[in-house]
Design a protein around this ligand. Structure first.
Ligand code: NAI
Length: 353
């Protein structure tokens, strides 16, 4: 059965407890059609970005919103944030739409959620879009302010993945980044900044992007070896780092993986939990995205709460390395994806501090 067309998906993901709330918003003038999925407010208001995307159909968009918002509950609880999980997807209107009007309409939709959902930028959206949302409501974060920390979360996401890679290499392979080979899929906002950090730490980079120009630029600037997008996952390397779209690791691609570690920023890298089991059976350490890509949500959450400054937030993001160590201890030979999921659900039941 295709979960995206399974009728039970309207109230939550098949086999999972239902989501708390699902909001469908449409606005004829701007062309807005958005789905805001509130998975859980047990630890606080549901916090998670909004994605502007082309979907095959409405059910595919619904499935994405449900899956991403549940992921945010687990990510926020593992990161120890006082927030529940939510996510919004905006179905991209036909070309030529008025972007400012679209995000203003979305801001009014977030306002109607009355504070149960807090948004931020995500795939396909920008800090300028979040400013439009902010004109309509206060439940938004990730907005640059002169002289203050905040704004685009991507640099902190990249930093969190960087410290996770460093820790995993040290603990699992017993080596430093200097001289290690890291294969990065996707050179967007996170992937490129991560490559810069990896390069500065002495890693040898193999990179791919569907925009060939981005791979060529990284090759020229960071001494990376560019390969075609279809070849990236099969590169022999110490660390494979998916930083593009979800579900890169599935029944077809997992057997091709020739890395010791998989650790990247992309949300929902595994098509199914069984793909994580298959990586484990092949001796590949898979570090779940919920755990390693939390740098961005830590940043927008602290900005929203008005807590801390750049160095305090970077120190909080660096604690992702401690969670990698704790995960390896907890896993003790079991598939880390499953162990992290159980750990996050345990945290979800605990009151936020
Ligand atoms: P982005 O949209 O800026 O970059 C994605 C890049 O991947 C683009 O350059 C695109 O051309 C490339 N790409 C797409 N499909 C590809 C393929 N099959 N092979 C190679 N390259 C491909 O997105 P961003 O912000 O860098 O995020 C990357 C991933 O990390 C996404 O899955 C996002 O949901 C996730 N993430 C991002 C956070 C952030 O702070 N930006 C926070 C947490 C997760």
């Amino acid at each position: 059965m295709d979960p995206a067309t399974d009728s039970t998906a309207l109230f939550g993901l098949p086999g999972e407890a239902p989501h708390e709330q699902l909001l469908l918003d449409a606005d004829a003038g701007s062309g807005l059609r958005s789905i805001s999925a509130i998975h859980s407010t047990a630890r606080g208001p549901a916090f998670g970005g909004c994605r502007l995307w082309h979907y095959a159909d409405d059910m595919a968009a619904l499935h994405d919103a449900l899956r991403l918002s549940q992921g945010m509950s687990l990510k926020n609880s593992l990161a120890g944030l006082p927030f529940g999980g939510g996510k919004a997807v905006l179905l991209r209107p036909a070309d030529g739409f008025d972007r400012a009007a679209l995000f203003a309409a979305f801001g009014r939709a977030v306002a109607r959620a009355g504070g149960h959902y807090i948004t931020a930028e995500d795939g396909g959206t920008t800090t300028a879009d979040m400013r439009q949302v902010q004109r309509e409501c206060a439940w938004v974060s990730g907005i640059p302010r002169a002289g203050a920390f905040g704004g685009d979360p991507s640099p902190r996401t990249a930093y969190g993945v960087f410290v996770a890679i460093e820790a995993a290499l040290r603990l699992q392979v017993g080596r430093a980044l200097d001289g290690a080979t890291v294969a990065v899929q996707g050179l967007g906002a996170v992937g490129l900044q991560l490559c810069e950090r990896l390069h500065a730490a002495g890693a040898r980079l193999v990179v791919a992007d569907v925009h060939a120009r981005r791979a060529a630029d990284a090759a020229a600037r960071l001494g990376a070896r560019g390969v075609g997008p279809d070849a990236l996952l099969a590169q022999p390397c110490d660390v494979l780092t998916p930083c593009a779209m979800g579900a890169a690791l599935d029944a077809r691609t997992v057997p091709q993986v020739r890395a010791a570690i998989v650790c990247g920023a992309a949300n929902n890298q595994l098509a199914t939990p069984e793909d994580g089991d298959a990586l484990h059976a092949r001796g590949v350490l898979y570090l779940p995205d919920d755990l390693v890509n939390a740098g961005g949500i830590v940043s927008v959450a602290r900005e929203y709460l008005g807590q801390g400054d750049e160095s305090a937030v970077m120190a909080e993001v660096a604690r992702i390395a401690d969670r990698v160590r704790e995960l390896l201890e907890r896993a003790a030979g079991q598939p880390p994806g499953r162990v992290a999921d159980a750990w996050a659900r345990e945290c979800l039941r605990e009151p936020a501090t």
